[in-house]
Design a protein around this ligand. Structure first.
Ligand SMILES: *Cc1c(COP(=O)(O)O)cnc(C)c1O
Length: 368
């Protein structure tokens, strides 16, 4: 109705859902196993509900979330695939877990006894997986204790253990340790007397799926690779880019030689410079730490360097090589032309943190 057009977003993230489906198919083909799609932390910043509904038609064995808050969002969104809680639960959350048929992982006997008590009280049985700590140090039973714990929990009438999982701390960094870990995990599973009752056996994250083989697992739990990024060098050629972080040139100005740019004046022009001001900053999750490592952005078919520090809402780029650049032009911060790994590395971080750090101010725009 209004005659005044709504302004376009300053910064946005284009999310190609068909790319996620492609990467899921790749994960399935490479692993030859069922898939627990890891969608914690709002699907690594891509948007929990949108990603889950895009994957729902794809026969996902489980959606893996970090906590009850995320499980609640998936249930509200009407997701039908089983929802698995990757982390431990607080005592006050467990009634809700049981009521919604979310699958908890059991890390301690205390947790198990409490779930058993609550389930029996409610006249039901809670299905759960056992977590074994084969090296992550974050949760689960130690391998030496796992067989006895499994037997003890089998005796609890309120719990049905249908799976067993463990996690890899170093699959993208330490192949020797990881190979040993796979072997120990497989040996443990093969030694369990009631192994056949465990329908779901899982160990591999993205790096584990790409680089290693197990004799016993039935499921892989990829996160990062669904979002188009391989944590292992030399893999990932068959993955598709999913998120492109974008903004626009707001201003273009000609500055003389000797003019400082941005806070701290860490950059001073050494020649007349055409400077573009772009509407994105660390308030959007574009890391301030980048500035010391000559980040580049992509505009009108070319890479151009940023100048000076990243500010909260804006960054400056050297557009001297781009006579055709105009205010309003789209700028890619990462995506098909600027790999997210490159940006993460220059910022001294990892793609997982970069994705999950993109703030709510950045509008997610879906296609595919
Ligand atoms: C986050 C997580 C994953 C997925 O890890 P990626 O490296 O992103 O593939 C798998 N399993 C567990 C237990 C996790 O916490």
């Amino acid at each position: 109705m209004s005659a005044i057009p709504e302004s376009p977003p300053r910064s946005w993230a284009e999310v190609d859902l068909s790319g996620i489906r492609h990467n899921l198919a790749t994960a399935r083909k490479l692993s030859g196993q069922g898939i627990m799609a890891v969608v914690k932390a709002s699907a690594y910043g891509h948007g929990l509900e949108a990603v889950a509904s895009a994957l729902e038609q794809e026969e996902i064995a489980f959606f893996g979330v970090a906590n009850v808050g995320e499980a609640r969002r998936l249930s509200k969104a009407g997701v039908r695939a089983p929802i698995y809680l990757l982390g431990g639960t607080f005592p006050s959350e467990r009634e809700e877990v049981i009521a919604h048929h979310w699958l908890p992982c059991l890390n301690t006997m205390e947790e198990a006894r409490h779930f058993d008590q609550l389930a029996r009280h409610g006249g039901t049985v809670v299905e759960a997986h056992l977590t074994v700590d084969t090296g992550m140090g974050r949760g689960g039973f130690l391998p030496a204790d796992a067989p006895a714990a499994l037997e003890a929990i089998r005796a609890l009438p309120g719990i049905r253990i249908s799976g067993l999982g463990s996690h890899l701390p170093s699959a993208d960094e330490d192949p020797v340790f990881t190979r040993t870990q796979f072997d120990q995990f497989d040996n443990l599973v093969e030694s369990l007397p009631h192994r056949r009752e465990l329908k779901h056996i899982h160990l591999a994250n993205s790096a584990g799926l790409l680089g290693y083989q197990s004799r016993t697992t039935t499921l892989a739990r990829p996160g990062l690779l669904l979002y188009g990024v391989s944590p292992l060098k030399g893999h990932g050629a068959d993955l598709r880019n999913v998120m492109s972080l974008k903004s626009r040139i707001a201003l273009i100005r000609d500055l003389p030689s000797g003019h400082g740019i941005s806070y701290g004046r860490t950059f001073v022009t050494t020649r007349p410079t055409k400077v573009g001001t772009i509407g994105i900053g660390y308030g959007d999750g574009y890391p301030r730490a980048l500035a010391d490592h000559t980040p580049e952005v992509f505009v009108r078919g070319q890479r151009v360097p940023l100048l000076g520090r990243v500010t909260m809402d804006q960054v400056m780029a050297d557009l001297s090589s781009c006579p055709d650049c105009r205010p309003g032009d789209e700028v890619e911060l990462f995506g098909p032309n600027i790999p997210v790994q490159e940006v993460a590395q220059k910022a001294g971080t990892i793609p997982w943190e970069l994705f999950t750090g993109i703030t709510p101010r950045v509008k997610r725009i879906y296609s595919g």
